[in-house]
Design a protein around this ligand. Sequence first.
Ligand code: ASP
Length: 314
Amino acid sequence: MMSEKAGYSLMIHGGAGALDNIRDSDTAVRYLESLRGILEHGRDILGLGGSALEAVEACASLLEDDPVFNAGCGSVLNEDGKVEMDAAIMDGRDLSAGAVAAVDNIANPIQLARLVMTMSEHVLLIAEGAERFAEHCGMERAPENYFYTPDRIEQLKLARLKHKVMLDHDSTEEDSEDQKYGTIGAVAYDMQGNLAAATSTGGIVNKRMGRVGDSPIIGAGVYADNETCAVSATGYGEDFMRTVIAKTISDFVYLKDMDAEEATRAGIEYLRRRVKGRGGVIVIDRNGNCSSGFTTKKMIHGWIEKGGEAVVRF
Ligand code: ASP
């Protein structure tokens, strides 16, 4: 994924796994068109000199607004049939970061995470505390019915029947190990050479109430440092927390002078070898090079590298 043009770079993802819910071409087109539109929106921001931070927040918000992705209005349901969302954003300029966990009734958790970063002295707020902070910032609450799509209710019923915790768009094959993790994320490199990252999720289907995944944990599901790279992860959060995967990839750049592709490969190898981790990452390094890697069969993602064409894949 290398291009000669200098400028801005942007990557987004919409989950990793078997993706066997995307069997027909109409569904595939639906996903890919959504990614392409969001990438072009990000290009409008970065191409006009907007910041990486602005771009990742805008792209993550649009992904949260699309119900096909497991974040914002498309969030999966927990064991009580409720939505509990996690999100985080990080600015590579000064390592400032904001995150929220186990929130509901917030249409765009990524925007609340940004407010935590800019308007509070904290990095991570959870549940009621985060919601009180949202109110304090004048953020509107989304009505309950904004979140409960028929698909998500059906999916929870299936998980309960199987008596298990399932991941978004679980494989229909009973004993398949490869499932879809539908978290969304964005990483960007702007024309000033700054990096930023954002990740947002509804978590996993039928999860225990109060379960928090990797997405709002700085260094696990998200990381950005101008001196190294920006990373957003999607997959089985417990694996990513145990390997601190986003910071591990950043450390490969910092300590071993790797570029995005080498650091991604090293990070994915570590994830697989140490914990048989399931999922993937998108990475942009300090020179604007884009890379992605995953241990699942597929990952829905797309990128614009150094101002080039938008590419979308799964
Ligand atoms: N990483 C998310 C979590 O474990 C799930 C996902 O990527 O879909 O909460």
